[in-house]
Ligand binder design. Sequence first.
Ligand code: PSV
Ligand code: MN
Ligand code: MN
Length: 388
Amino acid sequence: MTDLARVRDVLRTQRIETASWAYANSGTRFKVFGQEAVPRDPYEKIADAATVHRFTGVAPTVALHIPWDKVADYADLARHARELGAELGTINSNVFQDNDYMLGSVTNPDPAIRAKATSHLLECVDIMDLTGSRDLKLWFSDGTNYPGQDDVRRRQDRLADSLAEVYARLGDGQRMLLEYKLFEPAFYMTDVPDWGTAYLHCVALGEKAKVVIDTGHHAPGTNIEFIVAQLLRADKLGGFDFNSRFYADDDLMVGAADPFQLFRIMHEIVLADAVGPASGIAYMLDQCHNIEPKIPAVIRSVMNVQEATAKALLVDHDALRAAQDAGDVLGANEALMDAYHTDVRPLLRDFREDLGLDPEPLEAYRRSGYFDKIKAERVGGEQAGWGA
Ligand code: PSV
Ligand code: MN
Ligand code: MN
């Protein structure tokens, strides 16, 4: 089998999950720019996600955020997704948009507020039972703004108690993914600020708990691929929230700001032979398309992940290892860079044709008339926004 055939075989196993909120209006705290034909409810968000899958062939699942995607009948929403050739994916909890959570959710000094937050997380597992989702993704905005505001260790204990209660509720085949974030909205101390904290909690919980890496959630200059390698060693890498950042948690398109970083991340995954679903690594896009058209931006993002993966799959591991073992610094670096500098677009065009898809997903989407169709259909009602 040629190398290129192997690359295509591995690429065929990769699945990239898109997020329901990427299709909704979004913006900054300064302004949300509404766009034409934006979905008005979760059903329409899923239709857009299914359209991304139709043109890329590798993005069948869509992540939901509760309560942004609250519906009366989740089994019906799952049926709707299946009818469109898609599936419901990760359930994202939300304990950051209620007035009660000003001083924290599961870490709040008030036990009644902690109980409310935990009961939301448990409700998310109930929803997973109805949607058939494997993963519960937890991100906590909890933290403090001032030194002395609350007791760091007591807050960790409260967090651990709540996580343990939710972990105990997980069914067979369900997992808990714990996401960390350096800062924002808390500015002095965040309760889950880094991979080490997330890792400690996951280890204490058990094997169904894994760490999720949101690429936008680190200090500038952080070596994210090192974190990837370390979590892979410990079998604690649950997945990614992919996006790009220039400054903080910018939520721009993955691979747009630093495609080389994305390649380096994917190289670690390829080295561990962990691209496909058997590894349990979930590739999710957690992005907001504030000024660019949303569906093409998600298609572009999926393609960016595929391009980085294809380049990583082209690394000549024998040459790399030989150079490393010989202490050949420049040779090892060259083995990596050779792959990075390869134009993989022709290979991906062939890959898509093999799947029976148009080799150019963005052009195919534009030609499809989908946007004109939803523009005509989605009149009246209120457009969905990030957070609603
Ligand atoms: C927090 O910044 C975060 O990355 C979490 O994943 C949230 O659930 C998500 O953003 C919402 O976009
Ligand atoms: Mn995220
Ligand atoms: Mn984020």
